[in-house]
Ligand binder design. Structure first.
Ligand SMILES: NC(=O)c1ccc[n+]([C@@H]2O[C@H](COP(=O)([O-])OP(=O)(O)OC[C@H]3O[C@@H](n4cnc5c(N)ncnc54)[C@H](OP(=O)(O)O)[C@@H]3O)[C@@H](O)[C@H]2O)c1
Length: 306
């Protein structure tokens, strides 16, 4: 079995080494143009040339959860695209989102500003019943985030494409229930995949339906959000703030209004990072299962786009 590793802007060497150590019977190498044919590939943002030069590939293992960029390539219809299911990402996402929700709810930015000027400030406790959190996307990451928020007693709403049931979470599904979901939420967490259906979904029409004083946490993809609509709703006072980890252009260009906006917190696409050890173990498990002819989790449906 030949396995090739093809990464954009990421050193493949440690991955080749780790995969080779875990699969001694396979031949693992880093891809370069003109390389021999492989059976399987481990990829991150591979170029079209890689796909075109490797027609014998049976499966592509993406070392992330989001496959939107991969599905932009011309892929043979028979090629299986497999994503990481969790591999240590969901706990990071839960940490990130709970941190952002709590920082906003407990007004820690305000305390920080006061502390800088030596002011001993007091703020009235707010009621968490007034801060329902809506988690858009109840997949591998969204469900973990919803459960983590419940542990802090926030009312949690969830939104997905098909109906879901999660204990203690008020679940909404499909376009018909989107307005109800938004109107029931004050803080919105986006954890949907980027697909033609979800692109630009965070816009004036949707964000303005959040309860007044709403707050946006976008940790999915930058192209979900219409940047100007967010700024307008913040400046008009309908939204109180936003924490953004993902952007239409990354790195976020110098001079972009998000950098300087007083109510926006920017982080550099770091909410849930790929962890090499966990990811290699998961990919190896899936490769061995495929060899035994067993079904595996995380196979992407190209029609659905995730
Ligand atoms: N910032 C970071 O560091 C980082 C790290 C990893 C991932 N991400 C992003 O997080 C996203 C989510 O990851 P995941 O692993 O949780 O995804 P996932 O397991 O594929 O789950 C996606 C969820 O979104 C729902 N959904 C999809 N299309 C929808 C639509 N049109 N309307 C309503 N709901 C829709 C799905 O509904 P169903 O349940 O009905 O299928 C599912 O609940 C990734 O795609 C990626 O973009 C970001």
């Amino acid at each position: 079995m030949n396995i090739t590793v093809c990464f954009d802007k990421l050193d493949p060497a440690p991955w080749v080494q780790a995969l080779q150590a875990a699969l001694p019977q396979a031949r693992v190498s880093a891809w370069a143009p003109g390389a021999p044919q492989s059976d399987l590939a481990v990829v991150w943002a591979p170029p079209q040339q890689f796909i075109d030069e490797q027609p014998g590939l049976q499966a592509l293992f993406n070392i992330g959860a989001g496959v939107d960029a991969l599905l932009q390539l011309r892929l043979p219809a028979t090629l299986k695209v497999v994503r990481l299911d969790d591999a240590g990402m969901s706990v990071q996402m839960a940490e990130y989102v709970c941190h952002a929700v709590i920082r906003h709810f407990r007004e820690f930015d305000g305390y920080d500003a006061d502390t800088l000027t030596g002011k001993w400030s007091y703020r009235k406790p707010r009621s968490r019943a007034d801060f329902a959190v809506g988690v858009m996307g109840l997949g591998v990451l969204g469900e973990r985030v919803a459960k983590a928020l419940q542990a802090f007693d926030f009312p949690v709403n969830g939104y997905s494409r098909s109906p879901r049931q999660i204990d203690g979470v008020r679940c909404f599904a499909g376009q018909d229930q989107l307005s109800q979901f938004l109107q029931a939420s004050r803080i919105l967490v986006n954890l949907m995949p980027l697909t033609p259906e979800t692109e630009d979904i965070l816009c004036r029409a949707t964000l303005s339906q959040l309860q007044r004083g709403g707050y946006l946490i976008n940790v999915a993809r930058g192209r979900h959000l219409v940047d100007e609509d967010l700024i307008a709703l913040l400046d008009e006072g309908h939204l109180a703030g936003a924490t953004l980890d993902v952007f239409r252009t990354e790195p976020l260009p110098a001079g972009h209004p998000f950098w300087q906006h007083p109510n926006i917190t920017v982080t550099p696409h770091t909410a849930a990072r790929t962890l090499r050890e966990e990811s290699v173990a998961q990919i190896v498990g899936k490769i061995l299962a495929l060899q035994r002819g067993e079904p595996i989790r995380g196979v992407v449906d190209p029609q659905r786009g995730y």
